[in-house]
Design a protein around this ligand. Structure first.
Ligand SMILES: NC(=O)c1ccc[n+]([C@@H]2O[C@H](COP(=O)([O-])OP(=O)(O)OC[C@H]3O[C@@H](n4cnc5c(N)ncnc54)[C@H](O)[C@@H]3O)[C@@H](O)[C@H]2O)c1
Ligand SMILES: Cc1cc2c(cc1C)N(C[C@H](O)[C@H](O)[C@H](O)COP(=O)(O)O)c1[nH]c(=O)[nH]c(=O)c1N2
Length: 184
């Protein structure tokens, strides 16, 4: 891959004196990103635009003052209007054993079918909280910015529910991996 980037850089710098940096092929980027292990989450919302949920791995902590996470949402996703209108969401961090739930919320499934596969409660914002999640962050969306095909949603956590799961779930190399802390 490095050779490809160097070759296209050489080409671009010779044909373009500005020597602009090369742009990567989407497929190369995705193959590379598949190797960035990440937690798997089900992001849910409810409100004037109705109930919706999708699987997301592009989730991380931003700051703890105030407690804020970010969620990256593809604007082409069927769930996008609901999240934009409702302005609240819950980040349900999945645990070992949630692989099929993740696949269900991963697209092309009717919304009722997605939620029928789990047990949900509600805390502060009314967004569905997965009862056996590793942890759930109930949030209000305080800022959003667009980057390419996605919106980056900045979500201030207003309530937290800690689950009892002892094993986590990581998405790496396009597959799910259950992880457990080594015995003390
Ligand atoms: N951030 C995202 O939007 C995101 C992240 C993971 C997976 N997905 C989607 O889930 C499905 C399964 O993905 P997969 O991991 O099995 O294989 P894949 O080859 O589609 O994706 C490999 C990796 O590339 C990244 N990626 C994929 N599509 C992206 C997008 N549209 N925007 C930003 N990053 C993206 C993710 O890190 C993903 O794990 C695909 O449809 C993929 O588009 C989207
Ligand atoms: C493991 C994994 C991880 C992610 C996804 C999928 C899977 C399987 N998807 C895709 C997303 O869940 C899917 O596109 C939505 O459910 C929308 O699908 P529909 O438009 O409703 O069919 C996804 N989409 C997104 O906008 N941001 C993300 O971080 C992720 N991450």
């Amino acid at each position: 891959m490095l050779l490809n980037a160097m070759a296209s850089h050489a080409a671009s710098s010779s044909s373009n004196p500005a020597g602009l940096l090369p742009s990567l092929e989407k497929a190369d980027y995705r193959n590379a990103m598949a190797r960035l292990g990440a937690a798997v989450n089900i992001i849910t919302t409810d409100g004037p635009a109705g109930r919706a949920g999708f699987t997301a791995s592009a989730v991380c902590s931003v700051t703890d003052e105030p407690p804020t996470l970010l969620v990256c949402l593809n604007r082409s996703a069927s769930v996008y209007p609901a999240f934009k209108t409702n302005g609240v969401l819950c980040v349900n961090v999945l645990a070992a054993g949630h692989q099929s739930l993740s696949a269900l919320f991963g697209g092309k499934t009717p919304m009722d079918e997605r939620f029928a596969a789990g047990n949900w409660s509600r805390k502060t914002t009314g967004s569905p909280m997965l009862d056996d999640a590793a942890v759930s962050f109930d949030c209000r969306v305080v800022h959003a910015t667009s980057a390419g095909t996605h919106d980056v949603l900045f979500c201030e956590a207003v309530a937290i529910a800690i689950g009892g799961a002892t094993q986590g779930l990581i998405y790496f190399d396009r597959r799910y991996h259950e992880i457990a802390a080594p015995p003390h």
